[in-house]
Design a protein around this ligand. Structure first.
Ligand code: CA
Length: 372
């Protein structure tokens, strides 16, 4: 009975919140306590839909003409409001605070700005303002030409794939089926493997300086192993945009993790703290459902969950440069009843070709990207 009452109360709360005009991020747990009433703010903007490279012009004005600002701060409200983009220190404040925010600074896609204002009489106000920042043109559509086919273990629910020092490494998911493996690419022979505990749902893996890193789906924990013997040497926690762990790769300095959203999180491999995050976007806005990843020379390859679509992302800006449709790679004769979605991208360093596979697929394909 008590549970039912609580559920009804929660439902009422959800209804109230869904009616809020200023909705902010989905989990607005960071909303500060600002007393009973906030003086309303008016936000004047040049547009709420811009092209990447443009500048967001934002003026913050109190609706009450008698109020003047002491301080106005703009930050990037990505769930936790932890990524401050601009502060007001250099702004000459009177009854209006004006900001010019380059989209190179805010990032592309769905930009959620948080405006915090303090008035000279001590009152405070906070508002969110969303912008859509798109790429100026559509990504190029590329194709794959299949070069070679390798065996792949049909019992592997592939979540992470990479090629390192002559061997393929694969991380798999599902409870009771999660493990990491070192594999001979040509024969499919398993050279070494380590199973996760049965309560762990494995996700993306990457190898950085002789350590193998593994994310988990909803466990909120990552694991670090010695590459040589798969001995677990460390554990870490992370707090991504969705709270989940999906794909993992790395550039020269950072681990890079996806979480099923449009965000990519850059993580320090030593401290295992998040350094920053970028949003992935194209000519329409956010590109969501980023899953398995592979970094190469300034580009992050990602496959998009539940589709045969893959994208090549500029690792600095988050802009999608190319799109690929891997649908034609999978031939009818290669399909099995138990197979699941495409998931798994590695690079063959010998020739630069991509190695792609999927969950419970029986083959792994070496493909060469070609311009359509
Ligand atoms: Ca990969």
């Amino acid at each position: 009975m008590l549970n039912r009452k609580l559920t009804a109360a929660a439902a009422a709360l959800i209804l109230i919140c869904s009616a809020c005009e200023d909705e902010g991020p989905r989990r607005s747990i960071d909303r500060p306590s600002l007393g009973t009433k906030q003086p309303p703010l008016k936000l004047d903007k040049n547009s709420d839909r811009l092209v990447y490279g443009d500048t967001i012009m934002l003026a913050v004005v109190p609706e009450d003409g008698d109020l003047t600002f002491a301080k106005v701060r703009i930050s990037l409200a990505d769930e936790r409001g932890s990524f401050l983009a601009v502060s007001d220190d250099s702004v000459d404040l009177t009854e209006k605070a004006s900001f010019a925010l380059p989209t190179a600074l805010t990032g592309g896609g769905e930009v959620k700005l948080r405006v915090d204002a303090e008035f000279n009489d001590g009152q405070k106000s906070m508002r969110y303002q969303n912008f859509t920042v798109t790429a100026e043109s559509e990504p190029q559509q590329w194709n794959f030409e299949t070069v070679r086919k390798y065996p792949h273990d049909k019992s592997s629910f592939t979540q992470g794939l990479l090629f390192h020092n002559g061997f393929l490494y694969e991380g798999t998911g599902n409870l009771g089926e999660s493990r990491i493996r070192k594999i001979d690419l040509t024969t499919g022979n398993v050279e070494m493997e380590k199973a996760n505990k049965s309560d762990v749902f494995g996700e993306g893996i990457t190898v950085f300086r002789d350590k193998l890193y593994q994310l988990t789906y909803k466990n909120g924990r990552g694991f670090v192993y010695n590459l040589g013997d798969f001995e677990k040497i460390d554990e870490f926690t992370y707090n991504t945009y969705t709270g989940e762990g999906w794909g993992l790769t790395h550039n020269d300095t950072s681990l890079i993790a996806s979480d099923g959203s449009a965000y990519l999180h850059f993580i320090d491999p030593e401290t295992l703290e998040e350094e920053r995050r970028i949003r992935v976007f194209d000519h329409r806005g956010n590109v969501n459902r980023l899953n398995e990843l592979e970094y190469r020379e300034g580009i992050i390859y990602a496959n998009l969950y539940t589709s045969f679509e893959m994208v090549a992302i500029d690792a600095t800006t988050g802009r999608v440069l190319h799109r690929y449709n891997a649908r034609d790679v999978l031939k009818r004769a290669d399909m099995t009843t138990g197979m699941d979605v495409l998931n798994g991208i590695a690079v063959n360093p010998l020739n630069g070709n991509l190695l792609i596979t999927g969950k419970y697929w029986q083959y792994l394909y070496e493909v060469k990207p070609t311009v359509k």
